[in-house]
Write a protein that binds this ligand. Sequence first.
Ligand code: ADP
Ligand code: GN1
Ligand code: MG
Length: 525
Amino acid sequence: MKWRFKENITGSIPDRKTELEIIKQNSIFSFNFACSKSDLISYSNKNNDCLYDASVVEVFIDVGEDSYYEIEVAPNGATFFAKILNKKVTFIENDNFFTSEVHIEGVKYFVTIKVDLSRAKDIDQVKFNAYRIEKDKEGKQSLYALFPTFSNTFHVPEKFVLLNSFLADEKLFEICNSFNLGGSIINVFPYGNGHINKTYLVSTDNKRKYVLQQINNTVFPDVDALMNNIVLATKHLENKGFETLHVVNYIDGKPYLYEDNKYYRVYDAILNAVSYEKVSDKIMLEKLGFSIGEFHQAFRDFDANLLVEIIPNFHNTRQRYLNLLDAIAKDSFNRKKDVLKEIETVNKYKNEYGRIVDDIKLGKIKLATTHNDTKINNVMFDLVTGEPRCVIDLDTIMPGSYLYDIGDAFRGLFTGDNEDNPDLSKLNMSYSIFEHFMRGYLKEMKDVLNPYEIQMIPFSMFLITMECGIRFLEDYLRGDTYFKCHYPKQNINRCRSQIKLAEDIYHNMKKFHEIVENLLHELSN
Ligand code: ADP
Ligand code: GN1
Ligand code: MG
């Protein structure tokens, strides 16, 4: 892979191209530079002279000692080799640490620096950065770097990256580095179980951790609006003293980076916290319900119209059903035959799907700022206290009904880690889970929901669960393009679990009503 250098102070892509390719052969690492548009001015032909006062390419390498090596090669082949310890330069002669070669073609020059890293105690800990200085005929000096230091010096060891990890996952390292995270990146690992974005945990040597996400641009075509919603919502929460996601801006001040047709964002990682696929502890459930209620309360003085409806009709179940009918009619992948039973079950309830959207239009159900994806793994719990700390995954924050979030939370809690488990007996439609979560939620929200909304809680659990089944089914018929799938028929399994749960809820709504009534009675005393 060839890397293009950036302008060192601004991080912009310069017209004058510098490319670097790194090739590893056992302990020898070849750094192959291709430098275009050069006036080929070298300072002198003496080694260890002030070569950096004219044109030169450079590699800085830290092999795990307190100091780092600086290697420079000029277009005329002269070299500079020194050890830098606390900014103090010690020249090195007669060392076989590296060899170099230069080749010139017109105004272009090529340098190969071969470094022998067999002296490194732990090759995985070796860090580096690479640079170019170009001094033109007019005497103007330009600084370029693989990882810009955003200053007028290259001597910023915090900008070095681990060489081996970099070679393993070069692109992600480059992206993380360009966000200016204030530390050398140690690792970038795939992280979490989300179905939509690609998520990575980024560790740096400044002890801070970050979450890098490649935003799913098919699901979210308007990334500007998406990030604007998130920034508005998180600022609102922050102003109220709640812990929330914190967006790390790209160096141009935007909350995301667009590169090679892909969108990336970085959040501070929420430390000492974890997200779960299932929760059954009674105390935790009550606290979880409370924190979803708190989330709703926090946005009561926020103007929901400031938020763009990022996925129109997201919880319009009637529309979701119509989309499914369209996918069935098209049957583009000839998959309808695999899911006839599921289609039949979904059709049975078709007259129910418009109820909440129609009630919103009639004013019986309020529109508020809602999360719209209150899946349990979108809540971070404290590792020490076990308590919910904050609700994350704010991609779908937009005007909606509280009932969407309540219904969705139970869908997730009853599903647990069995969303794609073909053994449907593992699903857990539990009155106890309902009661404990609802107790916490109603403590916060009983006076905000109107009596009709309260009455609709059990129905909302049925509706959102069935809606999710419909969405998995549609995605299967359309060739698995929306939800991340890890094996061929995963969306069928997911659909079956949701439909089964939805039917169970539908047939037991009376019992859920009774629990709500009892809780309201308990909480009013
Ligand atoms: P998706 O939209 O794909 O579900 P999420 O934003 O929910 O993506 O992220 C996926 C997972 O990554 C979450 O369930 C959580 O475990 C983890 N995660 C996301 N953001 C953070 C964060 N800021 N700090 C810690 N973990 C996070
Ligand atoms: C998706 O992004 P994630 O994994 O938290 C989906 C939800 C579904 C859920 C089903 C933006 O949630 O709506 O209910 O999968 N999110 C989006 O597991 O579509
Ligand atoms: Mg998520």
